[in-house]
Design a protein around this ligand. Structure first.
Ligand SMILES: [Zn+2]
Length: 274
């Protein structure tokens, strides 16, 4: 069923596990994520980025997730990932998203705080949680700017975000060796606000486990899903040369993505928590 993230986070924090947040941009990835969550009786957050919206259309994609979630026997959250403007946050809330993120990490700190607070206000009017980002989670081209613990309390007070993406060493679409777990522990001591790990596809399993144990409550996975999709497609000719029906081809893609999502759910400890 489609749900908000409030209860999911409360249960995850009590149970010391993290909820997986998986990016989708189409019907097949959405179905694969939900199939994995249902099989393992796990809650799941399905998130949509600006790029996914540009690809599939906001209404189309939201409808796919909402319809698929409606028939699932586990809690599913529909979340906006890295919303960078208030207009988009508004549109997603109107479209029935059950969670949003405002990412002001590319702005100055005061601008980040002011705009994030506005996004939070909009979300709270609909009783929806809003995630913010303090520090910058980099990517393959840009280094990260780690979350400064001395700014955390003030940021949370000014913005009233319900969850916080922290920059502790992971980077989008980039492999890293280790997270700064000491920094995460420092931040955790300052607040009970659910903490979010972005760019987790490039983080070794052992580091993800440590981060969840140290208080990460939501873990984002995008790159692993996209790579699995393309690897399966590239391998189709070698492994299944007889396949010509797109529906049979996409069934292979869905099965492979489902397997990846199942692995991640087990890694985060959210299996059996649906
Ligand atoms: Zn991210």
């Amino acid at each position: 069923m489609l749900t908000t993230s409030k209860q999911l986070f409360e249960k995850a924090q009590k149970g010391h596990y993290a909820v997986g947040a998986f990016n989708t941009s189409d019907l097949e990835i959405t179905r694969a994520i939900i199939a994995a969550a249902v099989k393992l009786n796990a809650p799941a957050i399905i998130q949509i980025s600006e790029k996914a919206i540009a690809y599939a259309g906001l209404e189309n994609l939201a409808d796919i997730v909402k319809n698929e979630a409606k028939h699932a026997k586990v809690p599913i959250v529909l979340h906006l990932d890295h919303g960078r403007n208030l207009k988009l946050v508004h549109e997603c809330l109107e479209e029935g998203f059950t969670s949003v993120m405002f990412d002001g990490s590319n702005l100055t700190l005061p601008e980040n705080e002011i705009l994030t607070a506005k996004a939070v206000e909009m979300a709270h009017r609909k009783k929806i949680f809003c995630e913010g980002e303090l520090g910058t989670i980099g990517n393959s081209k840009n280094e990260s700017d780690f979350t400064d613990p001395s700014l955390v309390k003030d940021y949370l007070k000014k913005t009233k975000v319900d969850s916080l993406a922290v920059s502790i060493g992971s980077r989008h679409a980039t492999k890293i060796k280790a997270l700064n777990i000491d920094l995460l522990k420092k931040i955790r001591k300052l607040t009970n606000t659910p903490l979010v790990l972005h760019g987790a596809s490039g983080v070794p399993d052992e580091e993800v486990r440590k981060a969840v144990a140290a208080g990460i409550c939501k873990v984002n996975i995008d790159t692993d899903i996209r790579h699995t999709f393309s690897e399966t497609i590239h391998g189709i000719n070698k492994k299944y040369a007889d396949l010509s029906d797109p529906r049979d081809i996409m069934a292979k893609v869905m099965a492979d993505i489902q397997a990846v999502v199942e692995e991640k759910i087990k890694l985060f400890g959210s299996d059996g928590k649906g």
